[in-house]
Design a protein around this ligand. Structure first.
Ligand code: ARG
Length: 450
């Protein structure tokens, strides 16, 4: 092979991070070959010893990777065979096509578990921040305009819900990653009596009741990268959620909101303006979403025109998959760190939440309770808002006479709707931001995440 062709076609520079899973797969394949009589006891022993020695050397950074040997699979097998003659029997009944599918699935399975751990940790950080500030109210926004008051905890728990759905999607994806393709050969299985179920069980490819999970079509097994697409799709949505959280936090750190302050450990300065404290962690979590979405699109594009079965194009899946996993895991982790280093500026939140205009809907509800149709109540309160604006006074500073001048239905108790505390005690539908409901949700998540 010409040097530049070898350079162009090699994957060992990036797929060597699969080495642990490649070796585990080979150890189990060797066990199976021994079980069906292809390897003698001594041969199996020599292979196992050789693979473990190589694993130790890779671990210590002593293994010499050779780009000329293309990929992680060939590098390890070639070195094993150089040391142990029986290594030449290891590839019996196996192709790199089913081997690489196996390694990718084993790797991704572990990666999903690690990512789920980081997401749970981020959820805990959100719940803690909510608990530490369980009396803090802020305006809730629609169209980025102040709308109605909510507990800060309610806003934070919205992200906990989003992240929970991400976890469900990742677990669902895990169930399809967790299927063993080994034994599919290059595309058409093998004439040898390979024990696929034995391999699957030893590698943990089993369902909840311990039944081995085997791919059911050898052609599909070697050409399928749906599991990678599904992971990248779930990860892209997770990244979008992290990005939205990042955006809220970035807004809140700005002087215009001033709801939160991040510890210096999590902000960076400006090389020019000495006063600056920039929320770079959040900005990068937001910015990295672009490449995670891009990775998903790259994978889908990679697959769309491929004929059956394995095509070398598939080698291009790995960097996209690795980058996605690395990026979302780091983003989730750093977002949690940032939240743990965030203080809430209670005074600024209270000032913003005490805007009586936020309770204009409550005033309409007051009229509804006096039997006025809501559409009319909405109109009447609109007139009240306009009058307050004209007089240059906040909504709760209008007099009884002024309210009456707009509509006779207003009683002397109408202005009591502007008591924020009692307003918050009235929002107790399931999922609403009322005092009792938010406390209940915080307790539920605390329990569920412990
Ligand atoms: N390096 C390849 C990949 O990542 C492994 C399988 C190669 N198979 C082949 N027939 N060249 O997809």
């Amino acid at each position: 092979m010409a040097a530049e062709v070898a350079q162009f076609t090699q994957s060992v520079s990036f797929d060597r991070r699969l080495w642990r899973h490649d070796i585990v797969g080979s150890l189990v394949h060797a066990d199976m070959l021994y079980k069906i009589g292809v390897l003698s006891r001594a041969e199996r022993h020599a292979i196992v010893h050789g693979l473990k020695t190589i694993a130790g050397e890779i671990e210590q950074g002593k293994f010499r990777w050779k780009p000329a040997l293309e990929d992680v699979h060939m590098n390890i097998e070639a070195e094993l065979t150089r040391r142990v003659p029986a290594g030449a029997k290891l590839h019996t009944g196996r192709s790199r096509n089913d081997q690489v599918a196996l390694d990718a699935r084993l790797w991704l399975r572990d990666e999903i578990v690690l990512l789920l751990g980081e997401i749970a940790d981020l959820q805990r950080a959100l719940v803690s921040l909510g608990e530490r500030n369980n009396d803090v109210l802020i305006p809730g926004y629609t169209h980025l305009q102040r709308a109605q008051p909510v507990y800060l905890a309610h806003h934070l728990l919205a992200y906990v819900e989003m992240l929970e759905r991400d976890c469900e999607r990742l677990w669902d994806c895990h169930s399809r990653v967790n299927v063993c393709p080994l034994g599919s050969g290059a595309l058409a299985g093998s004439t040898l009596p390979l024990d696929r179920a034995f391999v699957a069980k030893l590698l943990g490819f089993v369902d909840a009741s311990g039944r081995p999970q085997l791919t059911q079509n050898s052609m599909d097994a070697v050409s399928d990268r749906d599991f990678a697409v599904e992971f990248c799709a779930a990860a892209a949505l997770l990244a979008v959620h992290l990005s939205r959280l990042a955006e809220d936090l970035i807004l809140w750190t700005g002087a215009e909101f001033n709801f939160i302050k991040m510890a210096d450990a999590c902000t960076t300065g400006s090389s020019l303006m000495p006063q600056k404290k920039n929320p770079d962690v959040a900005e990068l979590a937001r910015g990295k979403t672009g490449r995670v979405i891009g990775n998903l699109v790259a994978l889908l594009t990679l697959l769309k025109g491929l004929p059956m079965t394995y095509n070398r194009d598939l080698q291009e899946d790995k960097e996209r998959l690795f980058d996605t996993a690395d990026t979302v895991r780091a983003s989730a982790r750093l977002m949690a760190t940032m939240l743990r280093n965030t203080k809430v500026n209670k005074a600024a939140c209270a000032a913003a939440a005490s805007d009586p205009a936020l309770l204009a809907t409550d005033l309409a509800d007051y009229l509804v309770k006096k039997a006025m149709p809501f559409r009319q109540a909405h109109h009447v309160v609109g007139a009240v808002v306009a009058l307050a604006e004209k007089l240059g006074r906040p909504l709760n500073r209008l007099t009884f006479a002024e309210l009456q001048s707009i509509n006779k239905t207003f009683g002397r108790d109408a202005l009591s709707v502007f008591n924020l505390k009692s307003a918050m005690s009235k929002r107790n539908l399931t999922g609403a931001p009322g005092t009792r409901e938010v406390a209940k949700q915080l307790a539920r998540w605390r329990e569920q995440l412990s």
